[in-house]
Write a protein that binds this ligand. Structure first.
Ligand code: ARG
Length: 260
């Protein structure tokens, strides 16, 4: 009696484990397609990321992340994500990767991991063509536009004081530059590439001013801390596209001359 019930128990267990096995192998088969990773970018930042009227997103960063994905063997889905809250999207897991002309700095390194640098930048001042300003320090008593939470915001906050009402903080850099066009601010401080791009499309009305007090900045691709394997893949692919000429071709497409 006892023996036969033991046998049937064993049989049942075998049956269960068989069912489990076949379930597992089914899942494996369907998951054999390439992983798709979600990439967040604040696509109002030409020439790095810009949304076209048909909602597709293009730019230097987009070409870079696509080239990296091709090399590393994963797929990417680019999602336009406002700058404010962008970093939180990594923490929540809603985005796997951020590429958004993000300057690597110590404070940000605490909340996310960065790839090796992929672009060198520096702050630049945009001024109306008739402005008398000759150096950054002269902005101290003027109205200055920045994109909120950017490194431009940081340098201006240091000069004017963080809570100074003369700092006009905008959700996007194009909005700050629009305000310069409208005469609502006397200057805008933002990344050089974006200011130059704006200037190229608004000839004659504006000028730029560089300042030696601004230190070099390096853009990095951000992912969540702890995704070491993904970080390694990204860094290896970045190194590979730098070696095989892909990076230089992309750089040339957007900035005219080959990267150093
Ligand atoms: N490099 C600057 C920073 O990291 C500005 C980046 C803004 N990027 C954007 N897509 N809006 O703070």
């Amino acid at each position: 009696m006892l023996k036969s019930s033991l046998i049937s128990l064993a049989l049942a267990a075998t049956l269960i484990s068989c069912t489990k096995k076949s379930e597992t192998s089914n899942t494996n088969t369907s998951a054999s397609s390439v992983t798709e990773l979600t990439v967040g970018t604040d696509a109002a930042y030409a020439p790095f990321e810009i949304e076209n009227p048909d909602k597709t997103i293009q730019g230097f960063d987009i070409d870079i992340i696509n080239a990296i994905a091709t090399k590393a063997g994963f797929k990417v889905k680019i999602v336009n994500t406002p700058w404010e809250g962008l970093f939180n999207q990594l923490a929540s897991g809603d985005r796997d990767i951020l590429i958004s002309a993000i300057t690597i700095n110590d404070e940000r390194k605490k909340v996310m991991a960065f790839s090796e640098p992929y672009f060198e930048a520096v702050q630049l001042i945009a001024l109306p063509a008739k402005s008398k300003v000759t150096k950054f320090a002269e902005l101290k008593n003027l109205k200055v536009g920045v994109q909120i939470g950017t490194t431009g915001d940081e340098v201006v906050s240091r000069l004017l004081g963080k809570s100074n009402a003369n700092i006009k903080r905008f959700e996007g850099t194009p909005l700050a530059l629009q305000e310069l066009t409208n005469g609502g601010v006397d200057a805008v401080v933002a990344d050089n590439g974006v200011i130059r791009n704006f200037l190229a499309n608004n000839t004659g009305t504006f000028k730029t001013l560089a300042d030696t007090s601004f230190s070099k900045e390096y853009y990095g691709i951000a992912i969540k801390h702890g995704r070491d394997e993904l970080l390694k893949k990204i860094n290896e692919a970045l190194a590979a596209i730098k070696t095989d000429g892909t990076y230089d071709a992309i750089y040339k497409k957007y900035f005219g001359e080959a990267a150093l």
